[in-house]
Design a protein around this ligand. Structure first.
Ligand SMILES: C[S@@+](CC[C@H](N)C(=O)[O-])C[C@H]1O[C@@H](n2cnc3c(N)ncnc32)[C@H](O)[C@@H]1O
Ligand code: SF4
Length: 549
């Protein structure tokens, strides 16, 4: 350990310090640490230049400090080579901690310069502290970030519960339940009774916004909270970042102007598939199997539609079209829904080609009534396609009943050829059925040049619990952990932004709960559907042969 004075003399002799960052003054405010590093970044550094970073306290929930881990990730994300960071710390164990962090979270071959100095080092409990992950939501939009006040930054990036969604968005479910987003487990209104404008500032929405402003836990927002516990970037985190430019809407308190910036469109349940993870509420094709196995009354209508009349929702969205910045299309299957094509035609007519179009699609149909989706998209510049693919080949055809795998491949190849600019990723919903196969599927699509390694997300299964990976038997959980760790060794160096890594890491956390496998319930649900479709789970997924029966 070097006394501080001696170190300072040696630093003056050996380095040119371009700036100093005291991590203690940022506490766990990683948005500000990000800004500070971004401001000190230069186009190029000369060999003796350094940014000096000091750490004399850190938060612990593992064997290494959360601030040190976050510092490494931010340095990578801001894109400064590690070798231009001079870390000065009172942490006598820093080299061991940094080695682990460098091995696990870093993607730059160089290392921080580290100097340990005399002085006290404080270890704080990190139970409530989230490390900055590559997807923490704090984006490269520094100009926007620097406009935010400290209170706004705390709400958007450091709070546990605050979410900007109730100020910018509404989601209407096919069952007419209106919610702020698709993760919300309750409802704030009923679209079969009231207009969206009435619901926007009704009592429920006002109460929800009041809780948000006070950063209180909202039990209906549990899905995001659980995802964050698994260290997965939640919808809350990503939307707080993406829509931080609307933070001034908070000044209007709990009754903001009726302006929908983000609309989540699920007009009806029309779908050509009946995926095992889905149900009749989202897919008309689930009607027949659900009736056959006794999950649904045969008198339930096959087609379900939201709104007070035939085109009600479409008309209400159209009224908001000037305010809309992002449209999310799901369903049902969005690429076979006429109202979705009509919205695009209207946006096209108005010249609103910058509106962000986000799709979840099963990738089986690229045209409707002879109209290719590529023609409809031709003027739009900001398109994201999340392909809901949980497996490949016959495994895909088993899980997503009705899929013809060749159609999926053809659609993806067409997209690569016609619109390589589309932000495409595979969105795999993970269940007991496909958990062991998903890493192979990911590798296979990368090997076939259908995606880059980072274009793969893991979607957390919301229901049913008997299919959820955390309820897998212990032996299978062990196999999953082993397989995912190996997969991550391959993935981490190839996934510089960490967008795919995050999902696979979260599965390792997710399976480490003590939820139990209920074999009776599992097979009671699998076998009748297998009989209806004349398939057998173990034929298509032989890796599950040891599942207790
Ligand atoms: C209901 S689908 C509708 C859009 C489209 N048909 C599709 O499959 O992408 C929307 C998303 O929810 C996912 N999903 C379906 N069932 C789910 C479940 N039980 N838990 C979590 N996500 C689910 C799908 O994989 C898809 O990514
Ligand atoms: S394609 Fe989408 S909506 Fe259709 S059954 Fe599958 S998950 Fe549900």
């Amino acid at each position: 350990m070097i006394p501080l004075q001696m170190l300072l003399t040696s630093i003056r002799d050996n380095y040119q310090i371009v700036g100093t960052i005291d991590c203690n003054s940022y506490n766990n405010n990683f948005a500000d640490l990000y800004i500070a590093l971004q401001e000190l970044k230069q186009d190029s550094f000369s060999p003796n230049q350094r940014i000096m970073v000091t750490i004399t306290a850190d938060y612990y929930k593992q064997q290494h400090g959360v601030v040190l881990q976050s510092l490494q990730t931010i340095v990578n994300n801001v894109d400064i080579s590690n070798c231009f960071i001079l870390l000065v710390t009172t942490n006598a164990n820093v080299r061991a901690e940094y080695k682990h962090i460098h091995d696990t979270y870093n993607f730059d071959d160089t290392f921080f310069d580290i100097e340990i100095i005399d002085g006290s080092y404080i270890k704080l409990s990190g139970d409530d502290i989230q490390a900055y992950t590559k997807n923490s939501g704090i984006t490269q939009n520094i100009e926007q970030l620097t406009k935010l006040s400290q209170k706004q930054k705390d709400l958007l990036f450091n709070s546990k519960n605050f979410c900007i969604v109730p100020w910018i968005s509404l989601q209407v479910g096919i069952d007419n339940k209106v919610a702020p987003c698709c993760n919300y487990s309750g409802e704030v209104g009923d679209a079969s009774l009231d207009s969206l404008e009435t619901i926007w500032n009704n009592k429920n929405n006002q109460k929800l916004r009041a809780s948000m402003l006070e950063d209180r836990t909202v039990k209906e927002c549990q899905q995001c909270i659980v995802e964050e516990q698994y260290n997965k970037t939640s919808l809350r985190q990503s939307i707080n970042a993406d829509f931080s430019h609307h933070v001034n809407r908070l000044k209007q308190g709990t009754t903001p102007d009726y302006k929908i910036a983000y609309f989540d469109s699920r007009f009806n349940n029309l779908c050509n598939l009946s995926c095992r993870i889905c149900y009749h509420g989202s897919s008309s094709s689930w009607h027949a199997p659900a009736v056959a196995v006794g999950l649904l009354d045969k008198d339930t209508p096959v087609f379900l539609k939201a709104g007070r009349s035939k085109h009600d929702l479409y008309l209400q969205v159209n009224e908001q079209i000037d305010n809309i910045e992002r449209m999310y299309f799901a369903g049902g299957e969005p690429l076979i829904m006429e109202d979705n094509y009509r919205i695009l035609d209207e946006l096209d007519r108005l010249g609103k080609h910058q509106v962000e179009l986000i799709y979840n699609t099963n990738m089986t149909q690229s045209s409707l009534k002879g109209r290719s989706i590529f023609d409809v998209w031709k003027n739009f510049s900001n398109i994201t396609v999340g392909a809901s693919l949980d497996a490949e080949k016959t495994r895909a055809e088993y899980i997503r009943t009705g899929t013809k795998w060749d159609d999926v491949i053809k659609f993806r190849q067409q997209m690569l050829q016609k619109r390589p600019d589309i932000n495409f990723f595979v969105c795999s919903t993970l269940s007991i059925i496909n958990a062991l196969h998903v890493p192979d599927f990911h590798r296979s699509w990368v090997d076939k040049d259908l995606i880059e390694p980072h274009q793969f997300k893991i979607n957390t299964l919301h229901y049913p619990k008997w299919l959820a990976v955390e309820t897998a038997p212990l032996y299978l959980k062990d196999k999953i952990i082993e397989k995912y760790e190996k997969h991550l060794d391959w993935l981490r160096p190839l996934d510089r932004q960490g967008s795919a890594t995050n999902g696979f890491e979260s599965v390792i956390n997710q399976v480490q709960t003590d939820a139990k496998f209920d074999s009776k319930l599992f097979w009671k649900n699998i076998k009748p559907l297998d009989a209806f479709y004349k398939v057998n789970l173990l034929d298509d997924f032989p890796e599950l042969v040891d599942l207790p029966q």
